[in-house]
Design a protein around this ligand. Structure first.
Ligand code: NDP
Length: 312
């Protein structure tokens, strides 16, 4: 069986940065791109806060650039999804959805995080027919139509603002009486005449015969004055946060209650020798492209030191 010196799972800023550093250090890294090549940044529009791009950069472009940079130094890219891992003894085994299996001396887990859904049966029923967790992927289909975005964080505000540029009207459905987003983002939403914020409102269902035609909402759910009402919408966008893609590794690595991998102090070490976690899968706090890239760098440096120390 193939044994890889440095196996990297995930192709967001953490995975690609680990690949750049590992390749330049001569570790012959192999990176599996996983479910969403390029990661979450491929579903965003302009990235304005990554240092080095004074005019901003398209998220897809930035990921293509990182990938090309890693390839330039010899990192090998493969396009399969890890479905099983065995970290009980080194070299560690990872199995992929195409049936292949590899072993590795060091592993960088950079599998990121995935969008959350409310858990309503109607979300499943209308998935791809009006329900989406990515405004920048699907917003185009709702030009001049009415849409709703669920959530009160930065993502929800960003998506609502983006959609307001395309749609006729955007409802922002917020369960609390306030937004959690940064002040700058809140202001953008408040000042946009196309966005109507529905505070203290929960979604209880969707309706429509041929795709989403509306949502059943409840204002002040559970209170004496709770009020059910409906809105007419063609698109329903979730922006209520993410969950870390750590399931494959939880038998061996420590995670917090939400599933984020807990690393040792400021290092990307997981506690399993030679196994490191980088990016959003291990970061409940910052979740930025730049912090993910930085942790990918640390993971590759750790991998290099581990391989050297063990004569691998
Ligand atoms: P957050 O966790 O910050 O916000 C999630 C939002 O969804 C909250 O308003 C939350 O409500 C709401 N929510 C969660 N579950 C439910 C539910 N079941 N029903 C209804 N509403 C729900 O996630 P984000 O994705 O917005 O942001 C994640 C991180 O990324 C943050 O640190 C953010 O600052 C950052 N970010 C930064 C950006 C930028 O700087 N340009 C852009 C996007 C994200 P409640 O408040 O009630 O918990």
């Amino acid at each position: 069986m193939e044994t890889i010196r440095c196996l990297i799972l995930g192709s967001g800023p953490a995975g690609y940065t680990a690949a750049i550093y590992a390749a330049r250090a001569g570790l012959s890294p192999v990176l599996y791109e996983g479910l969403q090549p390029g990661g979450q940044l491929t579903t965003t529009t302009e990235v304005e806060n990554f240092p080095g791009y004074p005019e901003g950069v398209d998220g897809n472009q930035m990921m293509d650039d990182m990938r090309a940079q890693a390839q330039r130094f010899g990192a090998e890219m493969r396009s399969a999804i890890a479905v099983k891992a065995d970290l009980s003894a080194a070299p560690y085994a990872v199995t992929f959805d195409d049936g292949s299996e590899v072993r590795c001396h060091t592993l960088v887990i950079a599998t990121g995080a995935t969008a959350k859904y409310l858990g309503l049966p109607d979300e499943e029923k209308y998935r791809g027919q009006g329900v989406s967790a990515c405004a920048t992927c699907d917003g185009f289909f709702y030009r001049k139509k009415n849409v709703a975005v669920v959530g009160g964080g930065d993502t929800a505000c960003e998506e609502a603002t983006y959609l307001a540029g395309l749609a006729a009207k955007v409802y922002l459905i917020v369960r609390k009486p306030f937004l959690r987003a940064s002040k700058a983002m809140q202001q953008k939403v408040m000042e946009n005449p196309k966005i109507e914020i529905l505070f203290e409102t929960n979604t209880v269902g969707l309706f429509g015969t041929d795709g989403v035609e509306g949502a059943h909402l409840v204002r002040r759910k559970g209170e004496p004055d709770e009020t059910p009402f409906d809105i007419a919408i063609d698109g329903f966008f979730l922006a209520i946060g993410h969950h870390p893609n750590s399931e494959l590794f939880t038998p061996w690595v420590k995670t917090d209650e939400a599933g984020y991998i807990i690393t040792e102090g400021a290092t990307p070490r997981t506690g399993v020798p030679g196994v490191f976690a980088a990016g959003d899968v291990a970061d409940p706090l910052y979740r930025q492209a730049i912090t993910a890239a930085a942790s990918g760098c640390k993971a590759a440096i750790e991998a290099e030191r581990y391989l050297t120390a063990h004569g691998l």
